[in-house]
Each structure stands twice: as structure tokens, then as C-alpha cells.
Ligand binder design. Structure first.
Ligand code: IVH
Length: 755
């Protein structure tokens, strides 16, 4: 009898678990409950009663087991199966277009689609399902190692404890975001306030704070939800497209983002992103952009990684989407930048804006303050302008009390007390708006150069931020960023970040982190190094283009391509000046006209050479200003010292060029012509190989042709033209050698790519 009961109980328990999980799914994921709360409670009570009678029949995936045991002392650490990466951002439509161009180029004409989905503004996490059962949940942490928050995540009712699949895969890792919707956030805060506790400033903090709770019973009272948008490591399941992965998640009972689109062209993708913003209100979670991913997963592998970000996706977050907030200016202080520029900064009453609390905003310069009539004490509108420091958009004059004060720029540097200057505008139209501290030894300038060098987008020396940079400079330990590599750990560990009266040392742990980061930075990607050097006009994008074209700092310093760009624009300018037909300056007589015409002919010849050489390296992002800035930096004494110091300190940035050096190599900046049939590869492959190495392919032989690559059964026309013009003829074997390949036997087995 007892045995019979047990069997029946087991069956009934299985039914109850499935039924309750099904109702949870309908309620929390589909938001379409099928039964009343009372009916649900009856099922739940029955489950609890039966489990109390048969405690050994309780399974970990039972709905009763969402809230586990007692509080824990701390979270365990989990190493992610694959790093949890972050996404590159597109701040403008143009940046999005550049991403699209990069994808198009990398896929070499192959058709592809985009998957557009919301960028959920929550707290990232990953879940592991083994044989369908939730076995682990972890935070993102530093992307490599996160915290084990399984007990807390189990309390989130929209997270299934078991996947709703007949045949679950052996292993499925899903990645997504935990969040609190607005109503839940308000409810959670009400409860906190009623309990005499501090409310959370915003839903994201509330989510992060809840997940960090050591007592899962507290977490269970917080209205958390989650949504999943990516697969991590999988075993026993494969997806062909991202859309398919999300559909599978959805089928398996995992919440996935709504408002997703699959589309082809860039224009449509852009429209869909805008549509997402317009329909943001339909989503239960806050979003801070749209994520655009290439849909096919085999194409992801071909696109690969772009330093820290996957190349198959981008987060579209244009400026117009940035949120604004209202606050008040308490004071206006003056900051000295790394180039000595004095920038007024508004010290604000802290306000929550676009995911974080801001208390400072840049005011750009004194002219702008005057133009916008911003006063100390004003109520103002602030927004995030794509930088770390937000900007003051405008004052709200209606809210003035009359006690507001106007601001004036100081005539001495607030950091070193040295004189400041206002540069004259080149046009002679008056003074430049920027005010500069002229003292190159100004400690504030040095500290800002150091901070710039260490920032995340540069060499990512975590820990060397504003105050640490200030103190390292003040103490005389670091005069130039390269001095960091000479510091002893103990010097860092004992660095006083406080005052003489109230010392606060940096500490051994932090010092060890900095030392490790410095060690890593020695082989950081070249683009980061080029950015970190703080060359005027060289931002991250140009630095990346430079690194794509050159394989070392020395190669950038000696670059023929950059000098070519400078020369190209100078020649175009000169042509405009001397051309007797241009309207700038009429020739005074026939002799001058003839001389100027002759010069135009010379210029045109040089221009055509330069243009074809530069077209071959396909310089897309480097203009004359950037190129000139780089050339003059490396010709300056500081630039030369940088190259020397890097060598002396054993710093060898890693190359980001395809095949190690587009600016060097036999194909760089040269145009080739193909004729006949190559035995080892098709024509398209040959073209791609040449282009990948910085060369180009043209249809017919000219004097600019660097070589004619001749395959079998080639007709004679191109070879004769090459001979007549003295163009080098390259047989296939030599071409292969130039590519760095061995000649392959014609009948050998075809190599297939193994993934
Ligand atoms: S894909 C590397 N998709 O935004 C690709 N991320 O910097 C993995 N995020 O840390 C992320 N919504 O936590 C992806 N639909 C979405 C997302 C999303 C929000 C978060 C993610 C990541 C950050 C991007």
C-alpha cells in the first residue's frame, strides 16, 4: 500500500511540477496566465504537502526549490567557458555604416542578413543547463571570471529551472540580462522605504544590488526578471543562425527579447534600429540602444574578433537616443587637460542619467558659457554626449532666483599658477576660444597624459585613474607615462592617495594588479598603443586604421603611405593654386601661364602615381590632418624618444595587420594584373590574397602596374603590353612564393577547412 502510494505520489509530483512550471512560464515569460491565482495556489499547496510527506522525492528543479538554503558567506568564482565580451558601439549612422562596410568586405561579397534586437540595460549574466537542468548562474565579472550567483538566480521566476524540451542538449549556456521593470522597481523601493532602508537610485542598481545579496530569501522578494540573447558554449546542439538560437531558447521556455527583426540591407537595418527606439515603450525593460548582429553563425567565425569585441555585432547608440536630465549647477571649476587646455566644468547636484549618476559636466569653454548664458546656481538640462563626462545642454532661466553668478576664466593656471594664453586664430579673426596653460611641466598636464595613456580604450592599466595619476605625478614618481615601466611594486603599493594627515595607501593588491596590467600592455595591440601615445588628432578609429596598415610603431614612424597622403593633399592644394584656369589667381602674362601649365602637368603625373599607390592600400579613414599629425609626431624629439624608449623597455605591440604588415611586403601599395588560369587558385581567391596584403588588382596593364601574374594558357596581349612597358612578368610559382605559400600539386587532395 505504502509502495503504491509512493509510486502514485511520484507520478503526481511530476505532474504538479510540470503544471506549475508551465503556469510560471505562461505568467512570467509569456505574460498570459491561464488560471486564477487561487487555482495556482491550490496546485502549489498540493505540491508542498506531497513533498512534505515524501521528502526524498524532492528534486532540485521543483518549483518549491527556487528559494534555497541559508545565506552564504560569499560568492564562489566561476571561470567563463568563453569570455563574456562587450560590444563595440556605433554613435553615429556613419559609424554604423563603417561597421557595415567592414562586414561586407570581410564576407567578400557573400550575401548576409542582420538580426536586430534591443540592447537591454540590465545586469549581464550567464546560465548553464546540463541535460536540461539549471546547474549554474554567474555574473559577467571581468568577462573572464564572474561570481557564482546560482542560488539567487534560481529565485527569478522567469528563469526555468528545467528547459522545456523533450530532448534537452547535453550542455547549453545562455547569456542575457537580469533586470527590474519599472513597476517592480517602484514596488521594491516602496518596501525598502517602509522597512526604513535606503531606496535604490535606479532599476539597474536595484538589479545589481539584489543579485549581490548573500541571502537568496531576500533576493526572492525582489521583482527580478531576465531575458536571454546569446548562446555560450553548447554541446549536443548547434544553431545555423542567431534567429534560430533565439527561437530555440523561446521554445525551451527561456525569455527572449521581443521587437527583433531580420533584414538585409544597411539602410533597412538603420530604419529598424530607429523603429526600435520609437517602440521602446512596448518592452518591459529599459534599453539603451539596438544590437545589430550578423545572423548566420558560420559568418561569425569568418568575421572573428576585433580586439575586445566580436566583429559580427555592434551596439547602435546614436547621440539622439541619449537621455537628458534636469539638475542644478553648484559651482564651476576649471580643469587642465593633457594638452594644457583649461576647461570649465560644472559641478552638479548629482542626478541619474542614462544608467549612472552624474555630478560633473563639461562646459567646453568660456565662450560657450557666455553664448548659452550659463550661470553658477542655474537649473540646467544635461545629457551624455558619448563621452564619460556629460554636457550641459542649456540653462532654464525661468527657474532663476537672481542669486546666480556669472563665471569668468582665471588668468593663471589653477594647477601650477603659471600664465595662460589665448591663441590667435590663424584667420586673424580674433582670439582662439581655447585658453591654455603654457607650462609643459605643469603637473596637471602630466597627470592627464598619464591618465589618458592608462584609460580603458588605450592600454587599460586599471587602477591608474584620476587620483592615482595625480598622486603619481605629484610625488615625482612618474613624469612621463613610460616611467610607469620603471616603477617598483613597493613604490606603487606605498603611494599615498590621501593627505599627510590622513594617509591612505594604494596597497599591495592594487599595485600587483597595475604591475600585471603593465606587463600585459607590452604586447597590447598596436592600435591601442598608437591611441595611448596621445598624438594630436589621432582617435581610436584612426589609430585602428594606422594599425591595420602598419605592423609596428617603427613602421608607422617611417610610413611611406602616411607621407604619401600628406603629399597627395599638398599637391592637390598646389594644383588649385597654380592652375592658370582656376579662379584663384590669373597669370599676368603668357610666360607665367606656360610655366604654371607645365607645373600642373608635373603635378598631375605625380598625383596619378600617388593616387594609384594609395588606392592600393585603401586608406579609408586617414585624412591629411591625421597623416600629418602622425608624421610630425614621429619626426619630433618626443616621437623619436617614444620609439627609442619602447625598444629599450622591451615593448612590442602586437600587429593587427592581416598577414603581418600591409605597409611592407611585396604587394603593399602596388597594383597587379592577372592573366591566364592559375593552377593553385581561382581568380577571385588570387585577388583576395593580393588585397589582403594591401595590394590591388587592375584589369589592364599600364605603367603603374607593379607586375603581371601569368597563369597557364595566357594569351599574348597582356604579356606583350607588359614587355613593352617594362612591367615585370610574374609566373605562378613566383606569385605563390610572394604569398608565402608552397606550390601545391595540381591533383592533391583539396584541403577543407576544419571548424
Ligand atoms: S550580445 C559580445 N546582445 O551589452 C556579444 N549584448 O557591451 C555578447 N547587452 O555586456 C553580447 N543587450 O551584457 C548582446 N541584445 C544584446 C544585448 C547585449 C544588452 C549587453 C551585454 C554586453 C553589453 C555590450
Amino acid at each position: 500500500m505504502r509502495c503504491m502510494d509512493r509510486t502514485r505520489a511520484q507520478r503526481r509530483l511530476r505532474e504538479l511540477r510540470e503544471e506549475i512550471a508551465g503556469h510560471d512560464h505562461r505568467y512570467y515569460v509569456l505574460t498570459k496566465p491561464a488560471i486564477s491565482d487561487a487555482a495556482y495556489d491550490r496546485l502549489y499547496d498540493e505540491l508542498l504537502r506531497l513533498e512534505a510527506d515524501f521528502p526524498d522525492l524532492v528534486t532540485p528543479d521543483s518549483p518549491s526549490q527556487r528559494v534555497g538554503g541559508a545565506p552564504i558567506a560569499g560568492f564562489g568564482h566561476v571561470r567563463h567557458t568563453l569570455p563574456m565580451l562587450s560590444l563595440e558601439k556605433a554613435r553615429t549612422d556613419r559609424e554604423f555604416e563603417l561597421f557595415d562596410a567592414r562586414v561586407r568586405k570581410a564576407l567578400d561579397g557573400e550575401p548576409f542578413e542582420y538580426h536586430i534586437e534591443p540592447k537591454v540595460d540590465g545586469v549581464s549574466l550567464c546560465l548553464h543547463y546540463r541535460d536540461g537542468e539549471l546547474v549554474l548562474a554567474a555574473t559577467r565579472g571581468d568577462g573572464e571570471v564572474g561570481d557564482d550567483i546560482t542560488a539567487n538566480v534560481r529565485t527569478i521566476r522567469s528563469v526555468p529551472l528545467r528547459l522545456r524540451m523533450a530532448k534537452p542538449p547535453a550542455f547549453l549556456e545562455v547569456r542575457g540580462e537580469a533586470y527590474m521593470d519599472h513597476a517592480g522597481f517602484a514596488r521594491a523601493n516602496e518596501r525598502l522605504v517602509a522597512a526604513g532602508e535606503e531606496p535604490f537610485p535606479n532599476p539597474r542598481n536595484a538589479t545589481a544590488g539584489s543579485l549581490k545579496q548573500l541571502d537568496p530569501r531576500v533576493v526572492a522578494t525582489r521583482p527580478l526578471s531576465a531575458v536571454f540573447y546569446a548562446a555560450g558554449r553548447t554541446e549536443g546542439i548547434r544553431f545555423a543562425t542567431h534567429a534560430e538560437a533565439l527561437a530555440c531558447f523561446r521554445e525551451a521556455g527561456l525569455p527572449t527579447p521581443s521587437l527583433t527583426f531580420v533584414c538585409g540591407a544597411f539602410r533597412e537595418a538603420l530604419e529598424r534600429c530607429h523603429e526600435m527606439k520609437a517602440r521602446e515603450g512596448e518592452l518591459p525593460y529599459p534599453i539603451d540602444g539596438a544590437v545589430v548582429k550578423v545572423n548566420r553563425l558560420d559568418q561569425w567565425e569568418r568575421l572573428g574578433l576585433k580586439s575586445k569585441h566580436p566583429a559580427y555585432a555592434i551596439a547602435y547608440k546614436p547621440k539622439e537616443w541619449l537621455e537628458q536630465a534636469e539638475t542644478r549647477i553648484r559651482d564651476i571649476t576649471v580643469q587642465v587637460g593633457r594638452g594644457g587646455t583649461l576647461t570649465p566644468v560644472a559641478e552638479l547636484e548629482p542626478v541619474f542619467l542614462d544608467g549612472s549618476t552624474v555630478s560633473r559636466a563639461t562646459l567646453h569653454n568660456a565662450d560657450e558659457i557666455r553664448r548659452k548664458d550659463i550661470r553658477i546656481g542655474d537649473a540646467v538640462v544635461v545629457e551624455k554626449a558619448g563621452m564619460v563626462i556629460p554636457a550641459v545642454v542649456r540653462p532654464i532661466p525661468e527657474k532663476r532666483s537672481g542669486a546666480e553668478k556669472t563665471f569668468g576664466m582665471p588668468d593663471r593656471c589653477p594647477a601650477c599658477g603659471g600664465p595662460v594664453s589665448r591663441g590667435q586664430l590663424a584667420s586673424g579673426a580674433g582670439e582662439e576660444v581655447a585658453v591654455r596653460c603654457e607650462n609643459l611641466q605643469c603637473p596637471a598636464q602630466k597627470a592627464r597624459r598619464l591618465e589618458y595613456f592608462c584609460q580603458r580604450a588605450a592600454l587599460d592599466i586599471e587602477g591608474v585613474g584620476g587620483i592615482v595619476a595625480d598622486k603619481l605625478t605629484e610625488s615625482g614618481l612618474v613624469d612621463d607615462p613610460f616611467d610607469l615601466y620603471r616603477l617598483k611594486p613597493v613604490q606603487l603599493a606605498t603611494l599615498n592617495l590621501g593627505t599627510a594627515e590622513e594617509p591612505r595607501v594604494f596597497g599591495e593588491k592594487n599595485a600587483a594588479k597595475v604591475v600585471a596590467a603593465l606587463e600585459r600592455s607590452r604586447t597590447a595591440p598596436l592600435s591601442r598603443w598608437l591611441f595611448a601615445l596621445g598624438i594630436p588628432d589621432i582617435g581610436e578609429i584612426t589609430a585602428f586604421e594606422l594599425a591595420r596598415l602598419h605592423d609596428s610603431v617603427e613602421a608607422v614612424a617611417a610610413s611611406a603611405a602616411l607621407r604619401g597622403i600628406v603629399r597627395l593633399y599638398a599637391l592637390r592644394d598646389e594644383r588649385e593654386q597654380v592652375n592658370p584656369r582656376s579662379r584663384l589667381r590669373k597669370p599676368k602674362d603668357e610666360a607665367e601661364k606656360a610655366a604654371r601649365e607645365a607645373r600642373v602637368t608635373e603635378i598631375d603625373a605625380e598625383l596619378s602615381n600617388l593616387e594609384s599607390a594609395l588606392k592600393a592600400v585603401r586608406v579609408v579613414e586617414i585624412g591629411p590632418v591625421g597623416a600629418a599629425a602622425v608624421v610630425s609626431f614621429f619626426e619630433s624629439s618626443r616621437g623619436r624618444a617614444v620609439v627609442k624608449t619602447m625598444k629599450a623597455r622591451g615593448i612590442r605591440p602586437s600587429s593587427e595587420t592581416a598577414d603581418g604588415g600591409l605597409a611592407a611586403g611585396p604587394f603593399a601599395a602596388k597594383t597587379f594584373v592577372l592573366t591566364g588560369t592559375l593552377e593553385s587558385m581561382g581568380r577571385d581567391e588570387a585577388k583576395a590574397e593580393i588585397r589582403r596584403r594591401g595590394g590591388d588588382v587592375a584589369g589592364s596593364v599600364s605603367r603603374q602596374t607593379a607586375g603581371l601574374i601569368v597563369g597557364g594558357d595566357a594569351g599574348g596581349t597582356k604579356s606583350r603590353a607588359a614587355e613593352a612597358m617594362g612591367v615585370r612578368v610574374i609566373p605562378e610559382a613566383e606569385f605563390l612564393a610572394m604569398l608565402g605559400r608552397k606550390p601545391t600539386p595540381v591533383t592533391g587532395p583539396k584541403q577543407t577547412e576544419l571548424l
